[in-house]
Design a protein around this ligand. Structure first.
Ligand code: AQP
Length: 344
């Protein structure tokens, strides 16, 4: 495979209740990766409408996610921050990928099965084709690295399959248009650290999620110190003391989750956390967790609220980012059209 210039792409849906899982699983890594890569971070509003959205709420949540990006330390001048619907290349390439991707591949996607539930006949076509749009998001920039939470691993594998099939199906045309042996890179998922799958605070077997009806299942980035304290204090645990090594967390999903959250917030490992807290009961550990969470999340939440209220500023950031993203995407789409044989 040819070497592609390294480029990071990732996205977050503007579907409300931006939570600690999104923050630790995605955003913290987005911020870290800025030091070594050019990055494109997208508020994926086209993905959001795969399930019903209230238009006014969608606008509000788009600004909320953008504010979360900026408040966490993403530099929108050095990198690109924008919302997906402003760059038509995403939808255009998604259509091409609808014709490259296979029904059999999409039928294996567990997220569709979970989200469509029993009422599958009534799910939108968009929800079913969601992974093809996600592949287009990444590949319209020919991005090479994608920081995501564990739940997106399967979609990233599909993205690689789509890229590979396009490269093989159109190999001759790709070469004859001067792109060598492959037009698309096979992007690598970056799923690392102690909090790649943050679980619900009410049930350690379910991922922390925006759509959980119980607000006590998640820490929202907009929560104040009292809400954070209350939610961690009420978080489900088991009666045993904390173990001294990570092996002792096996079969204890709630304990494992809280230790993982602590480690990720502190920027260390579960082992290091258990060295400090092994043998202690949960009340002491939860108090330390609340203190750490308030210290780390409090300033981000406050800055997010401040930025979110400044619509002109946020919308300006998105417009500027979209203009820069459009340049890259339209250049790549021109090549895709040539490769496919479209007259232009
Ligand atoms: N619980 C999580 N732990 C770690 N990472 C997570 N991510 C999501 N949940 C967790 C990561 O956050 C990024 C943005 O994901 P998304 O916009 O698809 O958000 P979501 O929370 O999964 O949102 P949904 O699908 O709107 O809500 P639910 O889950 O309620 O149905 C991704 O990198 C994701 O991996």
């Amino acid at each position: 495979m040819a070497a592609f210039p390294q480029l990071v792409f990732s996205g977050v849906q503007p579907t409300g209740n931006f939570h600690l899982g999104n923050y630790l699983g995605a955003l913290v890594k987005f911020v870290e990766m800025q030091a070594s890569y050019d990055c494109i971070y997208c508020v994926v509003d086209l993905h959001a409408i795969t399930v019903p959205q209230d238009p006014a709420e969608l606008t509000k949540h788009t600004r909320e996610v953008t504010a979360a990006f900026l408040a966490s330390g993403i530099d929108a001048r050095k990198n690109i921050v924008f919302n997906q619907s402003q760059v038509s290349g995403h939808a255009e390439l998604a259509w091409v990928f609808n014709c490259v991707s296979r029904l059999g591949w999409l039928n294996r996607m567990t997220q569709f099965k979970e989200k469509a539930g029993k009422d599958r006949e009534n799910a939108s076509v968009g929800l079913y084709a969601y992974p093809n749009l996600m592949a287009a998001d990444i590949l319209v920039y020919r991005a090479t690295h994608v920081p995501v939470g564990e739940d997106q691993k399967q979609h990233l594998e599909l993205t690689r399959d789509i890229a590979q099939k396009f490269n093989v199906d159109f190999a001759e045309s790709i070469a004859s248009h001067g792109h060598g042996e492959a037009f698309f890179p096979l992007p690598e998922p970056i799923i690392q650290g102690p909090a790649t799958r943050v679980m619900s605070l009410r049930d350690g077997s379910k991922k922390m999620s925006k759509s959980d009806p119980s607000d006590y299942s998640r820490i929202n980035l907009s929560d104040d110190a009292d809400q954070i304290a209350q939610k961690f204090r009420k978080a489900k645990t088991d009666p045993d003391a904390l173990p001294s090594e990570t092996a002792g967390l096996a079969g204890r999903p709630e304990a494992d989750n809280l230790v993982g959250i602590f480690a990720a917030l502190r920027g260390s490992t579960k082992d290091a956390v258990l060295k400090d807290f092994g043998g202690q009961n949960f009340s002491g550990f939860k108090a330390a967790l609340v203190e750490l969470a308030v210290e780390k999340l409090g300033p981000v939440g406050a800055e997010m609220k401040r930025l979110q209220a400044d619509h002109a500023y946020i919308d300006g950031v998105l417009r500027d980012g979209a203009a820069r993203a459009r340049e890259i995407a339209s250049k790549n789409m021109t090549s895709v059209k040539d490769i496919l044989g479209f007259v232009r």
